[in-house]
Design a protein around this ligand. Structure first.
Ligand code: BGC
Length: 745
């Protein structure tokens, strides 16, 4: 309901302003009836609406109005399709609007630091560039419907273990290059209505009280115009949080925090300006929010969209030939046996605050029968609660039937309790009874297709060779079953790509040894080497690399060019390549552009994703794809100068079908910026001599004092002050001070 925020602000009492700083209940802000300020509702999120039936209370997680359960973020991310994200966002926005919800609490853009994070299904990727582009599509889509989003959890909430207390010890360069860019991109390009602060601490300070993050970086540097809301229960000191830039405390916990705010203003600890600015932001949220429900959306159309998104996010990991032909797609006449309880009891979303009550639910078994228009035999094969006696019986039955089958389609996956918000996973493996079943089936049938359902990667080591084809569907939402049936039978081509590396072993993963921390601290010791950056830097073999995914056709790349224009902030590198569908069916390719600085003076990852484009091509069709890189795509964060730096020289641009399937490479020369650090008396001789101003000054002073320039590396690595003292104090301290001042002038 639009109103003039400044005019209303001027009429509010101190108590009324303070009352707007915290929720009325679990899901609503407080209104000020006298001033015509309504209460608005926010609710989870992210992949569907979780509007609780019993409004206001914490209630049961599963107890919400029916809403379309779209694929979870892990599946959506594997689409590599920002345009599809926007359409899903629009549908989510329509459903929220119809329920009178002002803000949908998503998307979650935390980086997957480890595959063990229990909440990885709710996050997009191990890569910040991909995460940012996809999340921006989602935010634009939702907000185009007049519904706000909440970009969460800001920042560095990358594990569930001890999430409400743990202090993340991470260096600024790593924050800037890995954990913040997705937030930054979405804020700068899509202006989410709200940002949700994380529960955890960063370097000992709660995210809810982190002035540098909330006010300095988010608002000051990135120009965030919206409201900062707390994660539910993340505020510990209301006044400190408000001073740091946190506007709205959720959920409501009674009058205590509001009284604290009033008290702090009255006794001068909190400037009233700070309260006014936060109040204005709450008023702005209310003013732009819908208070009346919008028209009911077309839920059938949303179900179709959920199916489309699930199909687009399913990743065909392998599809080997058996007797000369790839196993997939299955012909309509194929004598198929479906095995696995998950085929009829799908796992389609994760546990916790994102749990949606779906409007409908496709299961793969029914969908396969529908698509083929005939009965398809099914055996459950295993129990979900791993009952050894029953498992043995079910396995024996499955093996008997598999002997007679042409192809076995086996549904495997993690169980709800294996991954959830609130705690982390302990292992990467599938349940033992499921792997045992696969091994037994593979002994009697060579054509076993595995369909996986899990929210974060599972280890394939030990069983991968038993299955000539593997389709990873992640947690595909309410349309996932139908999507799988269409992909298996070739009615849709698979087109998903891995947004996270599938490692061979847990011990290979980047955070291993630094996760989940000890005694309240977790140290991000791997620094910027997260995900494929780590495996590539260490040359570690993986099961399937970041960006990988097969389809039913093949693609060729040629005619790569990379052309540099402009300089400084206007630097542009136009990367252009021709992609051709070289197979006999239509399909989608995700063209990926990676950048490397081979001459970097600091540790940089061997390759970083800086562009991608999904193209759909008919057999024989070609398309020229052009992706433009900017200065930021070549830059690293300089920890001492504290800004982005492009080092001049050559850069390598790689274009490929995955991070380990590079099809074409080009080198470009770019002019860089100086990263000269200020000199002081403890800068080394080598640093002084390399400095554009300090070098000549020092040479002059040494010549005047009769000290010869050294080319001995051991001496060159000594701080100047020490070196000069070794030279018998040839240059006096006052002269050295003068040199320092002149060098930095
Ligand atoms: C979660 C948020 C969620 C909120 C409200 C918190 O525990 O971390 O992601 O939006 O609860 O349910």
């Amino acid at each position: 309901m639009p109103f003039d925020e400044d005019q209303v602000l001027g009429t509010l009492t101190l108590q009324e302003k303070a009352s707007l700083m915290s929720g009325a209940d679990f899901w609503h802000t407080k209104g000020v009836e006298r001033a015509g300020v309504a209460a608005v509702m926010m609710t989870d999120g992210p992949h569907g609406l979780r509007k609780q039936v019993v409004e206001g209370g914490a209630a049961e997680l599963g107890d919400s109005v029916p809403a379309t359960c779209f694929p979870t973020a892990v599946t959506l991310a594997s689409t590599w399709d920002p345009e599809l994200m926007r359409r899903v966002g629009e549908a989510l926005g329509r459903e929220a609007a119809a329920q009178g919800v002002a803000v949908l609490l998503g998307p979650g853009v935390n980086i997957k630091r480890t595959p063990l994070c229990g909440r990885n299904f709710e996050y997009f990727s191990e890569d910040p560039y991909l995460t940012g582009r996809l999340a921006a599509g989602y935010v634009e889509g939702v907000q185009s419907q007049g519904v706000g989003t909440s970009l969460k959890h800001f920042a560095a909430n990358n594990q569930e273990t001890d999430r409400m207390r743990v202090s993340v010890e991470v260096d600024e360069r790593t924050l800037r290059e890995i954990y913040l860019p997705a937030f930054e991109h979405v804020v700068k390009t899509a202006q989410p209505w709200t940002v949700m602060c994380a529960y955890n601490k960063i370097a000992g300070i709660y995210a809810s009280e982190h002035g540098w993050l909330l006010s300095g970086v988010l608002r000051g540097e990135w120009g965030f115009e919206g409201l900062v809301v707390s994660d539910w229960g993340a505020v510990h000191d209301r006044v400190a949080a408000l001073a740091a830039g946190l506007d709205l405390q959720m959920p409501g916990i009674g009058p205590r925090p509001d009284k604290a705010v009033v008290g702090a203003v009255v006794d001068g600890r909190l400037p009233e300006d700070v309260l006014d600015a936060a109040t204005r932001r709450v008023l702005h949220l209310v003013a732009r929010s819908r208070t009346e429900p919008a028209a009911a959306p077309d839920l059938d159309a949303h179900h179709e969209l959920a199916r489309e998104a699930a199909a687009a996010g399913a990743v065909l990991l392998k599809n080997d030939p058996v007797a000369g032909h790839p196993v997939l797609p299955l012909s309509d006449e194929e004598n198929v046996l479906v095995v696995g309880e998950l085929a009829r009891t799908p796992r389609y979303q994760g546990a916790g605050s994102s749990q949606v009550h779906p409007t409908r639910l496709d299961d793969a078994l029914t969908a396969l029968r529908e698509v083929l228009g005939r009965d398809v035999p099914f055996v459950p094969g295993y129990t979900v609660d791993a009952n050894p006696y029953q498992d043995l019986q079910l396995r024996t039955q499955a093996v008997e039937q598999a002997r007679q089958a042409g192809t076995v389609v086996l549904f495997l996956g993690l169980l709800p309790a294996d991954e959830s918000e609130g705690y982390d996973r302990e292992r990467l493996d599938l349940p033992t009874n499921q792997v045992r079943l696969l091994t037994a089936l593979a002994e009697v049938n060579r054509r076993v297709v595995v369909v996986l359902a899990n929210g974060s990667v599972v280890a394939l080591t030990g069983w991968r060779r038993s299955a000539p084809a593997i389709l990873e569907t992640w947690l595909g939402g309410q349309g996932g079953g139908h999507a799988v049936a269409e992909i298996l039978t070739g009615r849709r081509a698979p087109e998903g790509r891995l947004a996270e590396t599938i490692p061979l072993r847990l011990t290979d993963t980047p955070a291993h040894g630094n996760f989940p921390g000890e005694f309240g601290h977790v140290r991000y010791g791997e620094g910027v080497l997260v995900g494929y950056r780590w495996y590539d830097a260490r040359d570690v073999a993986v099961a399937y690399p970041f960006g990988h995914g097969l389809t039913y056709t093949t693609f060729g790349y040629d005619a790569l060019t990379a052309t540099v224009s402009g300089s400084g902030d206007d630097l542009a590198v136009d990367v252009s390549v021709r992609v051709t569908n070289t197979g006999s069916v239509a399909g989608a390719e995700v063209v990926q552009v990676y950048v490397r600085d081979p001459e970097a003076s600091v540790l940089r990852p061997p390759r970083e994703l800086k562009g991608f484009r999904k193209v759909r091509l008919a057999p024989g069709e070609s398309q020229q794809v052009t992706i433009t890189l900017g200065a930021r795509d070549l830059a690293y964060w300089h920890p001492t100068l504290r800004h982005w730096i492009v080092e001049g020289g050559s850069f390598v641009v790689e274009v490929g079908s995955s991070s380990r399937d590079i099809r074409a490479t080009a080198a470009v020369e770019v002019a860089g910026e100086s990263a000269a650090l200020p000199l002081d008396s403890m800068s080394t001789v080598a640093e002084w001599l390399a400095h554009p101003v300090g070098g000549p000054l020092l040479r002059g002073a040494m010549a005047a004092a009769g000290v010869p320039e050294t080319d001995e590396e051991m001496l060159r690595q000594i701080p100047l002050e020490v070196a000069l003292s070794f030279a018998g104090g040839a240059v006096a301290p006052a002269e050295l001070a003068r040199l320092v001042a002149a060098a930095n002038a």
